[in-house]
Design a protein around this ligand. Structure first.
Ligand code: HEC
Length: 129
């Protein structure tokens, strides 16, 4: 019994004093402000990150790095609105913060991770990055 207790204590000490295997990345202050604006304005009611969210608008995971899109593109959508996307009267600082948040999200990975095309009933998949 004593051995089990000692092994248990040793194991717990080992587990709880380990450093995490990866550094936890913190978002910049401006990106955190952008996240708050994203939440307060309910962007997620219509948009998704990694496929999760509302489905009225497109997925925004990689809207910054996608070809032909980026910061100016996002700001243009916020300024003008289109179809069911409402127009937002954000200040330049608020738009910058939202872009910083979307950049931080974009840096976390790709969604979807592949492009699938089909040809005569066969699907071929090309993985992105
Ligand atoms: C009521 C639903 C709705 C809300 C809320 C909404 N959007 Fe949209 N959004 C849309 C729709 C629909 C589109 C697609 C418009 C089109 O392309 O015709 C869109 C498009 C976009 C695009 C362009 C995406 C691309 O890949 O082309 C961006 C960027 C965007 N929205 C950002 C936001 C942000 C940021 C917020 C929150 C501040 C937000 N949206 C809130 C519906 C919404």
């Amino acid at each position: 019994m004593a051995i089990i207790v000692i092994v248990f204590l040793g194991y717990n000490f080992f587990i709880y004093t380990q450093k995490p295997p990866i550094e936890v990345q913190k978002m910049s202050e401006i990106a955190i402000r952008g996240e708050k604006i994203y939440q307060d304005n309910n962007c997620t009611a219509c948009h998704q990150f990694y496929g999760l969210g509302g489905y009225l608008g497109p997925d925004l995971t990689n809207v910054i790095s996608e070809e032909g899109k980026g910061a100016m593109y996002v700001k243009a959508f916020l300024n003008s609105g289109i179809k069911s996307m409402p127009q937002f009267n954000f200040s330049e600082e608020e738009k910058e913060a939202l872009v910083a948040f979307l950049e931080a999200v974009d840096e976390t990975g790709h969604y979807p991770i592949y492009e699938a095309t089909h040809n005569y009933g066969w699907v071929s998949i090309k993985y992105k990055k």
